[in-house]
Design a protein around this ligand. Sequence first.
Ligand SMILES: [Zn+2]
Length: 413
Amino acid sequence: MDLTIHRARLENTDQTINVGIAGGKIVALQADDLAPGQSTIEANGAMLSPAFIDPHFHLENALLNDAVNASGTLREAINIYADIKRNMPREDIVARATRALRMAVANGTLWMRNNVDIDQIAKVRLLDVICEARDKFAGVIDVQVVAFPQLGLARNSEAVDYMWQAMARGATVVGGMPHGERDMDDAARHIEIAFEIAKAYDADIDMHVDETDDPYWHSLELLADKTIEMGYQGRVTAGHCCAMAAWDDALAARVIEKVRRAEVNVCTNAPVNLLLQGRGDRQPMRRGIARVRELLEAGVNVTCGQDDMMNMFYPFGRMDMLEVANFVAHAAHLSSPAQIQAAFDMPRYSAARALRLPNYGLSIGAAANLVLIPADSPMDAVARHPIRPYVIRQGRVLVHNQVQTNYSSQVPN
Ligand SMILES: [Zn+2]
């Protein structure tokens, strides 16, 4: 065997297991002893998990810390960014994307779905640069590129042209932002155009949906209806879904039922939504969080994304999907063991389902894309999001993190 991992903990059991990896795949997963492979890892009881997935991010504007968003609103962030994105040098974008991707990998993230602005300002230039960054990291982290028309489609034929070009040049997922249109009729047209493009390329769809506090916007319903009409069940993801927090319960129940039937995945970007939404409110303030518990109870596949890091949209972020899961648990009131398990699964099994990753998980024959988490339980992992000692991609160690805490004798134990 190429690599063996000894004395890892299997999630939600007290069982210690040994893992054998050959040819990039898991070939042994057993409680019995395993002869050491060419390389060995001593897990010391750390939890073995399939690696993490960040299903919603923006590499091109990560780490633009200098741009100050005085109002803290999404609108101002988009305006600041519209100015900057004309002139971002190629090397600068690749360098920042590289830093962000290295941070993600160090925290055990080996898949990312990344949104690239496609519009009359960016044209397809940002896309070409992000495809370059994606290719640079091939074999390390898989980056799916979403063509994201942030400045609308319904009345913007130029952007529509660029969307078609983007798909021809290397984007693999069709994005959208229907609530950025003038009204719900235009939002319907926006969704229609996105499906037209997706159908032509047999591509999945992943949109920014209702990222607003305004309950007028319920384009999630249009998206679910269209998904069923086009036979796209399971292939559509709705990011953000903030307006859900402002809807009345009857509208929410109606739309959640449609989302369930359409098998639309919902990706909450809780850390970013908590900062950007509710800015126009006096107390009580809306927090702009998708109705995660209701969605989970209805059987909808819910995942979560980092979305932004250290920029005009969001000044924080560490590219740590366990930290994002922790935020989701706080924002969406997830506190029972089952709910915390759901949060833990969001950047893992739920995201794998949204991205339709084949062979994800811990089983014989699965690709050995693994992370060790020194935690006793899912609750412990989400609570402490500890440094992950090993990140493994197809049987090769990509990252070895070390941390050592030395207490002096003055600290009682
Ligand atoms: Zn986004």
